[in-house]
Design a protein around this ligand. Structure first.
Ligand code: LAC
Length: 226
């Protein structure tokens, strides 16, 4: 029996998988008081909804723009106001997220075991490169692949194809890891071997796909029983 991370190639989602968006809620609380938590939830949900809508509309804008637009909507939808400068600064928080605590050590173990690692994310190359540098994990990745090059967002198959094209492998040879159930569904549909990182409670999506492996955090990748 082998662990989910024991394949030759493991490809990671970024937000909610390696980097923790919930750390922004504190900044929202400071600015918007008790509405901060709800604004944070609306922000993340709207950010994703806008990625899907812009892909369907064939109206791509980079993830930092979508993120800032979604924040403006979230603030207004909770009856709050803010200046452009405040929105810019809060949205920049997405480029300053912390990695989840176990991330550096698990990535180090995988690299020591000769596993090739990559990121495949909605983020722009600049956002993702900066986040990986800040967390001290940039050198662990063979490549950071951004949807920016296909101008469509996950779960469009064109995004998952970036990984198979880059490495010249079949989908089944890619171990894909995401904390987002809908991303896992899209990746499973594409044919990846998928590990869902269920960091919070809540069911997997009902999209006709199931993850191959499930864990609470990235340490599942080292667990042969998973
Ligand atoms: C990403 C989003 C899905 O990093 O979390 O692509």
């Amino acid at each position: 029996v082998s662990a989910p991370g024991s394949g030759r190639l493991v490809v990671f989602d970024a937000f909610g998988t390696l980097f923790d968006p919930s750390s922004l809620v504190e900044r929202l609380r400071v600015r918007f008081g008790e509405d901060g938590l709800a604004i944070g939830a609306t922000w993340r949900a709207t950010q994703l909804r806008y990625t899907w809508l812009r892909t369907l509309m064939d109206a791509y804008e980079p993830f930092d723009v979508v993120t800032r637009d979604a924040l403006a909507y979230a603030v207004r939808s909770h009856g709050q106001g803010s200046t452009d400068g405040e929105l810019d600064e809060l949205a920049r928080g997405y480029s300053e997220l912390e990695a989840y605590t176990e991330v550096p050590e698990v990535l180090g173990t995988l690299v020591d075991d000769s596993v090739t690692l990559a990121i495949l994310s909605n983020g722009t190359s600049a956002m993702l490169g900066g986040l990986a540098e800040r967390a001290g994990i940039a050198a662990r990745f063979a490549v950071i692949l951004s949807v920016d090059s296909v101008r469509r967002y996950k779960p469009d198959p064109a995004v998952y194809r970036l990984a198979t094209d880059h490495f010249g492998v079949a989908a089944a040879d890619v171990g894909f890891v995401s904390g987002n159930a809908w991303d896992c569904s899209g990746a499973r549909r594409f044919g990846f071997d998928v590990t869902w990182i269920a960091r919070s409670d809540g069911p997997f999506d009902e999209l006709g796909e199931q993850p191959d492996h499930v864990g609470r955090d990235l340490r599942v990748l080292l667990d042969p029983s998973a």
